[in-house]
Design a protein around this ligand. Structure first.
Ligand SMILES: Cc1ncc(COP(=O)(O)O)c(C=O)c1O
Length: 365
């Protein structure tokens, strides 16, 4: 990326050699991004990240179907729920399909939600809190039968599991570079060839008129490289082995702990626990002191202190939601770090339980 932030400063829209060099870099990045989801480069719209991709997919489709009906799920990221809410207040109707206690959507619920005004379904591929992987190809069959466009927010799945737009049967798919070790502030929306949506950002006509504005060349170079590097089964296996080790140690060593979300239909890097009698926020602070970066809800909503709508939709009560913690392993983590994390967690959970108001209720040893 560095040359494209310095010496290679040409604007990819310029015809001179400096511009053409940037244009070539953009083309190469787009090819690598397309490759990770088995799309063709012409189907890749570069965006600033999945928030923009989701907004473009949903609002761009809605602009061609005024007053129509959208199906989404109760566990989507706010970058899907908020544009849906905006459309609801503009006269569209939206159905939010539920999830089971294991965090998985039943395709029959999508089928039941279809009306003759439904033009779009937007269902995430993998959930950002509990990591559950949704049955998108089954949902795709339902959408095809009814002539409904299918969008999936695949931010958490790309690079973690194999994602193929044709096998999934989706019309649009959102991704973000920083979820696969790429730079922040760049992402993409796959739009199947022949699918029409309204552009949201108008101006100089870049990206085939679908998103005007000078491209983030260095960002695309970094995102492209990250996509190329993430197409590696050994990385995924490494993350899964570390995650499984962590889960095994935590559940064995720390009593009154539950594991949330389906165990098998799950991305390989995600572990999500409830430690009864403690608060997830307190755990984060204590773990930070131990050099461990953890999270409760999605990283994006942590500052708003909202109770997780995902855990609520899965049927967890307030006490279980409060004690929940998400730990994700990265490709650069080691077994030693898993042992260290499980040890730190055991220590801080015990410290917090010693002063917990639930001490009597659970008789924590
Ligand atoms: C499932 C999901 N969708 C969308 C986003 C938003 O991505 P970005 O912040 O890159 O726009 C995130 C970010 O955490 C996410 O996890």
């Amino acid at each position: 990326m560095l040359p494209y932030l310095g010496s290679h400063y040409g604007n990819p829209s310029s015809l001179h050699r400096y511009g053409r060099r940037s244009e070539r870099a953009l083309r190469q990045g787009r090819l690598q991004i397309a490759g990770i989801v088995n799309a063709s480069p012409a189907e890749i719209l570069i965006t600033s990240g999945a928030t923009e991709s989701n907004n473009t997919a949903i609002s761009g489709a809605a602009a061609l179907h005024p007053g129509g009906h959208i199906i989404t799920s109760a566990i989507e990221h706010d970058a899907v729920l908020e544009p849906c809410a905006r459309l609801e207040s503009a006269g569209f109707s939206v159905s939010y399909v539920p999830v089971g206690g294991d965090g998985i959507i039943d395709p029959d619920d999508v089928q039941r939600a279809v009306t003759d005004r439904t033009f779009l379904a937007s269902v995430m591929l993998a959930n950002n809190e509990v990591g559950t992987v949704q049955p998108i190809s089954e949902i795709s069959r339902i959408c095809r039968e009814h002539g409904i466009l299918l969008h999936t927010d695949a931010v958490q799945a790309v690079g973690k599991i194999s994602v193929d737009v044709n096998r999934l049967g989706v019309d649009m798919l959102s991704m973000s570079s920083h979820k696969i070790n790429g730079p922040k502030g760049v992402g993409a929306l796959y739009i199947r060839s022949g699918v029409r949506i309204m552009p949201m950002i108008l101006g100089g006509g870049q990206e085939g008129g679908m998103r005007s504005g000078t491209e983030n060349v260095a960002g695309v170079v970094g995102f492209g490289k990250a996509c190329q590097m993430a197409r590696d089964d050994a990385r995924r296996l490494h993350m899964m082995q570390l995650r499984d080790l962590l889960v095994e140690m935590v559940l064995k060593e720390i009593p009154y702990t539950t594991y949330n979300g389906n165990r098998n239909q799950r991305i390989p890097d995600n572990a999500h626990f409830t430690f009864l009698g403690v608060s997830g926020e307190d755990l984060i602070i204590k773990l930070d002191e131990e050099g461990i970066a953890a999270s409760t809800g999605s990283a994006c909503s942590i500052r708003t202190q909202k109770e997780s709508h995902v855990l609520r939709a899965m049927g967890l009560d307030h006490e279980h939601i409060t004690g929940s913690l998400r730990l994700t392993v990265g490709v650069h983590n080691t077994r030693q770090e898993m042992v260290q994390a499980a040890g730190a967690l055991k220590k801080v959970v015990a410290q917090l339980r010693a002063v917990s108001p639930f001490k009597e209720k659970y008789r924590f040893g």
